[in-house]
Design a protein around this ligand. Structure first.
Ligand SMILES: [Zn+2]
Length: 471
């Protein structure tokens, strides 16, 4: 039995006819705007080398933690999905077998954003008109594999077809950015820029921290065993990133804790951190101090700062032991922005030259903490609904909880934050539809004129991200 795959023109729009008609009109204004992707995790090497993507499972299943965390939750071993083990132990290598296993369990994704994104990818990117099912698995696999062999599915061709204006990747300060350099030298007009993510060298609890800081010293010719030299080395790498087009930094900390400590205490903390002797509280103080230092550097060099706190990483020790980081076992935590950000805000919160974009995995903070903070401090802006909340309900909730206090203009448009390159248009499409639906309700309730909503729809889909990230 086969079932047709179609994407309804009105998907995600309100079911009320009056609101739906307005949402359609608003969406028609933003549908074809270029994509600004200011935060994400695609691999710059894809675009630098411009080689074909390998096969359907390697492209769409193996790298996607949304996909395999769900399958794992239903008892499917990660080995069977081809996820590499850190000990190099055997895992499934047959792409088609992995794909069939995925297709057998595709029903698990009903009503999840993965279903929306995936169907969009099949329909719009690969031109498939049959729903994925155990029966259609091979047909869908073959259609995708055939596409991937064609020149119009090379990474750069897809970038152009997706109408991406700018795409930011994310790198460690130790990264030599050779793929970004190669891209610049290639003469290709696609704009792919790095983002400076210093976690490996500013978080004493990051694996290999002391080694990373030593390496940072070697790369920059600074003595990173003393506080001033360490800060100079980090600043030096920021300039290197900015030289290759970076406009932002990103900080993936456990909490939003910030500190503003006297220099002698910073010196002492650095010595302890390098010796691997920090207590958990001292490690938090160190990270918190580094956020304040990074804010100071941002005022100097103009890089926009993003803070992504609140993820309990590697919650499942056996999965972490066998498969390493980023394997779908990161779980959201309660986050306290009001107290945690105060030391940084006391120092730099009123700085108009500084932009700090805050993200959250704690939805309860939207109206209680984040919207009031961003609706007051000139240095603060709100990032879009993120990770677990990058979904129709998550985005709707974000607008409902933040707009009345922070407005639209203390937010920064949409981030797709993805490794899954073919899903970028799908994710922006969902965000545009949800925002147009939210605006349509305001128009239908006569809280906004339709021409005002039209301008805001364009701001949310395109202009705000460009402005906030200084692109
Ligand atoms: Zn990210």
């Amino acid at each position: 039995m086969s079932y047709p795959l179609s994407l309804h023109e009105d998907r995600l729009f309100p079911s009320d006819p009056a609101q739906r008609a307005i949402a359609r009109r608003l969406y028609s204004e933003v549908r074809t705007l270029p994509i600004i992707s200011p935060h994400g995790h695609t691999d710059p090497q894809w675009f630098a080398d411009n080689k074909p993507f390998p096969d359907p499972a390697s492209l769409l299943v193996i790298p996607d933690h949304y996909v395999y965390r769900m399958l794992y939750s239903q008892g499917i071993p990660l080995e069977a999905l081809g996820i590499p083990r850190t000990d190099g132990g055997p895992v499934e290598q047959d792409s088609r077998k992995i794909w069939r296993l995925f297709a057998q369990h595709w029903y698990l994704f009903k009503a999840t954003p993965t279903q929306l994104w995936f169907n969009h990818v099949l329909h719009e990117v690969f031109g498939i008109r049959e729903r994925l099912s155990p029966e259609s698995a091979d047909l869908v696999y073959d259609s995708i594999a055939e596409c991937l062999a064609r020149p119009e599915f090379l990474p750069r061709a897809l970038y152009e077809r997706f109408n991406i204006e700018v795409l930011a990747t994310t790198e460690s300060p130790l990264d030599p950015l050779q793929h970004h350099r190669k891209l610049r030298e290639s003469g290709w007009k696609g704009r792919i820029i790095p983002t400076y993510r210093p976690d490996p060298a500013v978080d004493p609890e990051y694996a290999g921290f002391a080694q990373n800081v030593r390496r940072l010293g070697e790369i920059t010719g600074e003595d990173t065993t003393n506080w001033k030299g360490y800060l100079r080395a980090l600043f030096n790498r920021r300039q290197f990133f900015a030289g290759l087009g970076a406009t932002a930094t990103d900080h993936g900390h456990l909490s939003a804790a910030t500190c503003d400590l006297p220099q002698a205490q910073c010196e002492a903390l650095l010595a302890k951190a390098l010796a691997g002797r920090c207590t958990p509280l001292e490690a938090q103080q160190f990270r918190g101090q580094m956020l304040t230092e990074m804010a100071r550097m941002s005022i100097e060099d103009g890089l926009v700062m993003q803070i992504h706190p609140g993820s309990f990483r590697n919650h499942n020790p056996p999965v972490f032991g066998a498969f390493g980081l980023d394997k779908g076992a990161d779980i959201p935590m309660r986050t306290d922005y009001v107290h945690d950000l105060k030391p940084l805000l006391d120092r730099y919160g009123n700085e108009k030259r500084l932009t700090i974009i805050l993200f959250t995995l704690d939805e309860s903070t939207y109206s209680r903490e984040l919207a009031p903070l961003a609706g007051h401090y000139p240095a603060l802006k709100l990032g879009p609904a993120w990770w677990f909340y990058d979904s129709p309900e998550g985005m709707r909730f974000f607008r409902e909880r933040t707009t009345e206090t922070a407005g639209f203009y203390n937010t920064v448009g949409f981030n797709d934050d993805t490794r899954a390159f073919p899903s970028i248009p799908a994710r922006h499409n969902v965000a545009r539809r949800v925002d147009c639906s939210f605006l349509a309700r305001l128009v239908a309730e006569h809280r906004l004129e339709e021409d005002e909503a039209r301008e805001s729809a364009m701001d949310l889909a395109y202009r705000l991200a460009k402005k906030a990230y200084r692109l």
